[in-house]
Design a protein around this ligand. Structure first.
Ligand code: SF4
Length: 191
């Protein structure tokens, strides 16, 4: 099976790659499309980590650069369900379209590893988009691999983000090591 994996970030993808790359029935490629990562400085750090992952495991990853900070500011808000639904749809739609155009049999996403994402929603959106493009959605509940992915990432010194991605999630995160970023006046007081 020729499988395209949408990669949200290296720490989420690495344990899945580590597992699938040894499966002789699967030919794996990665696809980086994450316009939800704000600001640009953070986007570049995560993108670089995915390039490191791709090099370490010797598999091809296609990078599709896009950056939608203004889109998030204008169209999405604190309503997390609507915001994340739009975010998953944007990313999985791009992955499915790329997979279809490049003759993959199926697509999947590293988002399926995270216990912090809305797993059932990702699964439903992935399946709906697969039906739209006439391609398979490779679904597996990868959440049991989450801890392993963190361990491998620490060993390989991959950049480990401190918030999900968009600037709303930046302000929602209470991680003590969160980097200091400026979002052009969009601070927690005027979200
Ligand atoms: S919280 Fe995460 S999944 Fe939800 S919109 Fe922001 S970046 Fe996307």
């Amino acid at each position: 099976m020729k499988l395209l994996m949408h990669i949200c970030c290296a720490p989420c993808a690495v344990a899945i790659v580590d597992k699938l790359i040894d499966d002789s029935d699967i030919y794996l490629e990665g696809f980086f499309y994450n316009p939800n990562i704000h600001p640009l400085e953070e986007y570049e750090k995560r993108k670089l980590a995915v390039q490191q992952l791709s090099d370490d495991y010797s598999f091809k990853t296609s990078f599709y650069n896009d950056f939608k900070l203004e889109y998030w500011k204008k169209n999405l808000g604190e309503d997390k369900l609507l915001r994340c639904k739009t975010c998953y749809s944007l990313r999985l739609n791009a992955a499915a379209k790329f997979a279809k155009e490049n003759y993959f049999d199926a697509f999947t996403t590293s988002l399926l590893i995270s216990p912090y994402q809305n797993h059932e929603l990702i699964k439903d959106i992935g399946q709906a988009i697969a039906d739209k493009y006439g391609i398979d959605f490779y679904y597996e509940d990868f959440r049991e691999l989450y801890r392993k992915g963190r361990e491998i990432s620490r060993g390989k010194y991959y950049y480990m983000q401190k918030y999900c991605g968009c600037f709303y999630s930046y302000w929602e995160s209470d991680h003590p090591k969160k980097p200091v970023y400026d979002f052009d006046g969009h601070n927690e007081k005027n979200l």
